[in-house]
Design a protein around this ligand. Sequence first.
Ligand code: UT7
Length: 330
Amino acid sequence: MQGAQIISIGSAVPDLCINNKEISQIVETSDEWIVNRTGIKERRMLTGTNKSVVDLAYSAAMKALDKIHMDPLELDLIVLATSSPNDLFGSASQVQAKIGAARAVAFDLTAACSGFVLAIVTATQFIQNGSYKNILIIGADVLSKWIDWSDRKTCILFGDGAGAAIIQACYEEDNAILGFQLNTDGKKYNELSITYKENSYSLNTLKLFQGQFQYISMNGKEVYKFAVSKVPASITKCLNALHLSIEDVNWLLLHQANKRILQAVANRLSIDNYKIISNLSKYGNTSAASIPLALDEAWQNNQITKEDIIVVSGFGAGLTWGTVVIKWKC
Ligand code: UT7
């Protein structure tokens, strides 16, 4: 078994910024309601002809590569965690071509807001079993393309963005992806979904069933309760398995869904509020991008430093949730 480390990270957001006041011109809401209930003040939105998740994923990936002067040809694997690809067959191959990582195999990973946690764990398996040495993982989403702009319960929440990390093989004793704990409860899939709705029609003697994906629909209250109860349990299990205590944790980095969720999870775990990494006031919920976006900012701001223990948890559609504990090595 080899070890695995995150050796670089980068992120990208679109230029267009939409604040709560602007949202309140689209649906009946207010800056006060959104800030009080979610902590979100503004979010970014991808616009422009033929712009897609690939553009954001590309920018984030290039920043992560440039920071360590890595040639894209050194990459063995690219995992793109996204639920908003520009091609139902996957977008990772377009990112592979665009960054010029001709040697790397590339695939999409669909696990909504838990996508980046799943991507870290997936990449780590390929490294720890000796298959690959350099892996680029990206969490990127453009949920603005799937929002019902007449639904004030969801359109206020989401923003677009991307974050990328490079995970590299290292000596076993330097392993910095310390452990993980993952879960899915598929019985609750319809609490948060972008469903596929089909119609039937006849073509000569053939009866065809074809349709389209709908907008995001979410039972906010249920997802809130799920997050606040299940995420602390996942973190506790993960820390216990690693024989780490809450005092060992330097930073808590949760999927940036709602400030109240972040605080409730920290409270349940008796983690001080100053240890919460959060930038959701500026970007809203960017789904698979939210964790790497916040991690990159925390690194750039020198908030996190080498050897810090960071507890990272994702949660969302599926329903899927999980934790990975990392030691920061950049
Ligand atoms: O990324 C995946 C994970 N997603 C999440 O973690 C989301 C989890 N859920 C949440 O963050 C919260 O449930 C929301 C922020 C979505 C909603 O907050 P809430 O405190 O649960 O509000 P609510 O749905 O219970 O609605 C309370 C009231 C309702 O009015 P009545 O029935 O009490 O008169 C809503 O109609 O607030 C109303 N409301 C709004 N008012 C102004 C709902 N949305 C809005 C809005 N502006 N945008």
